[in-house]
Write a protein of this length. Structure first.
Length: 458
């Protein structure tokens, strides 16, 4: 992980001017996307397949991808740094993944029975994460749902703790204080339990306690106030629902110690950081091994694949049937074939060295642009992921993240998009992802667009 910072001018008028102009260009170059959105509105709720695809000024409809590039239905080519919200570490149509999936398709796509490939995948995950026993699922939501259920089953307690501003999927137990507004959060020492959407019963939100990231005193107070009732805590070891917020020294080891002192468990949500932060995910970066880890996104090479790993003591409760971890598509042979290819053929030491070279190139270049134009911003990166934080001071928790003016991120996204680089929308929330197929030329275009963006404001 790296964090570099810089000094606040009022650029409000420039931001509004650039938003208007860049959104005009955005729409003008994508008429077929507009037409498809209109057509889809008659059969797809909201005209998209996921609510996260509803972006201003309009949804982008894609045609195909190859290597580090993707192509929209209007024929525009983009360097893909969106990466399917962090899933496409392999890039697109990676030969190893294509070959593995094609071979398995010809042998059958679903059995609801174990295959030998699953043992190879589990063995490699155990080696990388230092946790001996694994089960599989189909999404990050399923993985974190099982982790929460498992912590409650083992401890026979109802309460769980999550971090304010963290997203762990869309099951009820974690749909609490995911992205609350500033007027909803309450006192920093005891954050409010804010439901993240309609349809989440208050009875559920009452069972999910909230604490700030990097706040060990707050965690200790919460555990003491609910002594004997907390099953465990789920946390992103590197927070990634608010750009990228790294853990402070001693935070995660301290959290683990406090939880164990109170008979509670620690689960890492590595859905975003698994394989992208490094070959052993964030667990390898931070040097703290949790009781349970949840993986998804990048491990599947573009297919729906997820995994839950745990200590022998934790997973014994699954092995002996005390907790049933089930799913018709768990360990699906197609998903296992793609995951095996990711672990053995794609996410290699050589690939990580190449990604690190590109990461350093991008961060150094972005910092030079920030300095040259006097932007009040800094860059944060973690392995294959990174983001520009439009604030001079480092962000240590969700409340600091709320202070960032999202218009900067939106204009930057528009400049990159109109300049042929596809970043994830939702501005300051998300991160870029470098795949194993990106090149120096891709990063040079990325930097050139950022230079144009910075010059437009200053």
């Amino acid at each position: 992980m790296s964090v570099q910072t810089h000094p606040v001018r009022d650029l409000s008028a420039a931001l509004e001017r650039e938003i208007e102009e860049q959104e005009r260009r955005f729409v003008a170059r994508q008429p077929r996307s507009a037409a498809l959105s209109d057509r889809a509105s008659h059969t797809l709720a909201g005209g998209v397949t996921s609510s996260w695809q509803i972006t201003r000024p309009q949804a982008v409809w894609l045609s195909h991808g190859a290597g580090s590039k993707i192509y929209d239905v209007d024929g525009n080519e983009y360097v893909d740094l969106h990466g399917g919200y962090g899933a496409a570490l392999a890039g697109h149509a990676h030969p190893a993944v294509v070959e593995a999936v094609q071979r398995q398709v010809a042998r059958g796509t679903h059995f609801a029975q174990p295959t030998e490939t699953a043992t190879e995948v589990a063995g490699e995950l155990a080696r990388r994460w230092g946790l001996p026993l694994w089960r599989f699922a189909n999404s990050g939501t399923e993985a974190t749902m099982d982790a929460v259920h498992l912590m409650r089953a083992i401890t026979e307690r109802d309460l769980i703790i999550k971090v304010e501003g963290c997203y762990h999927g869309h099951h009820d137990s974690v749909q609490v204080s995911v992205s609350p507004e500033a007027d909803e959060v309450g006192n920093a020492s005891r954050p409010n339990q804010v439901p993240s959407s309609t349809g989440v019963p208050k009875a559920i939100t009452d069972l999910t306690l909230v604490v700030g990231f990097n706040d060990l005193p707050g965690l200790q107070a919460l555990l003491e106030a609910n002594a004997g009732n907390v099953a465990g805590m789920i946390v992103e070891p590197i927070m990634m629902n608010a750009g990228i917020i790294p853990p402070e020294d001693g935070y995660l080891s301290g959290a683990k110690e406090l939880l164990h002192q109170h008979g509670a468990l620690l689960a890492f949500d590595e859905v975003k950081t698994g394989l992208t932060a490094g070959p052993s995910g964030a667990t390898g970066v931070v040097g703290v091994t949790p009781d349970i880890v949840c993986l998804a996104k990048a491990i599947g090479g573009g297919l729906a694949s997820a995994a839950v790993g745990g200590t022998a003591a934790v997973m014994e409760h699954v092995a002996n049937g005390e907790y049933e971890m089930v799913g018709t598509f768990n360990g699906n042979p197609l998903a296992m074939a793609a995951t095996r290819a990711m672990l053995f053929d794609v996410a290699t030491d050589e690939a990580y060295r190449a990604i690190e070279s590109l990461r350093a190139k991008a961060v150094d270049a972005f910092e030079s642009v920030i300095s040259a134009h006097g932007l009040d911003a800094h860059v944060v990166s973690a392995g294959a992921k990174g983001c520009v934080v439009f604030r001079p001071e480092p962000v240590r928790d969700y409340r600091g993240f709320l202070e960032i003016d999202d218009r900067f991120n939106h204009v930057h996204w528009l400049y990159q998009h109109n300049g042929g680089v596809f970043l994830p929308p939702w501005g300051k929330v998300e991160q870029w992802l470098m795949s194993v197929q990106h090149t120096e030329a891709d990063i040079e275009l990325f930097v050139a667009n950022f230079e144009r963006f910075a010059a437009s404001l200053t």
